[in-house]
Design a protein around this ligand. Sequence first.
Ligand SMILES: C[S@@+](CC[C@H](N)C(=O)[O-])C[C@H]1O[C@@H](n2cnc3c(N)ncnc32)[C@H](O)[C@@H]1O
Length: 208
Amino acid sequence: MDSLEEIEKKINSKFNDRSSEMLEDHLTQGIPESAIHQVNKMIEQDIDSAIDIGSGPGSVVFELAKHDLSKVIGIDLSDEMINISNRRLSEFDYDNVEFIQSSVLNFDNQPIDGVSMHRMICCHPNKDEVIDKTLNFQPKVISLTIPRNRIFIKVYIKILSWYRRLFNRFHPYYYDPQDIIQQYSENDYKLIDTRTEMIWITLTFIKS
Ligand SMILES: C[S@@+](CC[C@H](N)C(=O)[O-])C[C@H]1O[C@@H](n2cnc3c(N)ncnc32)[C@H](O)[C@@H]1O
């Protein structure tokens, strides 16, 4: 079995390879509606600072930055995603935005009002540690998008994971949204909004 460090190396390499394609998708097709929904739900909670975990090419961070927050952080394991995000940042005039190349698990705990994770947890082998990390920021609001609990999605992820593991490559992970809801509710976070699409579900929690 691979160590966490080895798995995170594979995540880095996989998303380095996908970085230009993801940026191109966002520039030509627009940012996914679920990501915009997350931003809107976070802004409704009157936040002053935010972190987007697994920020990819930076699109969610730039959406958040439009809202006049004092600090917006994008963090991603992939150094190419962070290079792209910093290149994009140099075209804007934001002095409240910072991109960091790191696993969120190694990022300092600090108070941050809003936590966003768009299609990120399904790329990581340890949901519990990632969720604990989000709680350490003591946020007012957490909004995340993950695959729905539907049989064809679970079967697809299982087959893909099995196949990719055969070749010792990065593979996605399936986590049941109900388990995530339970985990946050056990930590006094109340689910205030649910949005579903064919494949994805977006959940927003506030501190109760
Ligand atoms: C499917 S992509 C989604 C990117 C972006 N959120 C979006 O929706 O456009 C998942 C991202 O999470 C990042 N990631 C995975 N595990 C991470 C970790 N432990 N810390 C920081 N970023 C991570 C990957 O490098 C990748 O860029």
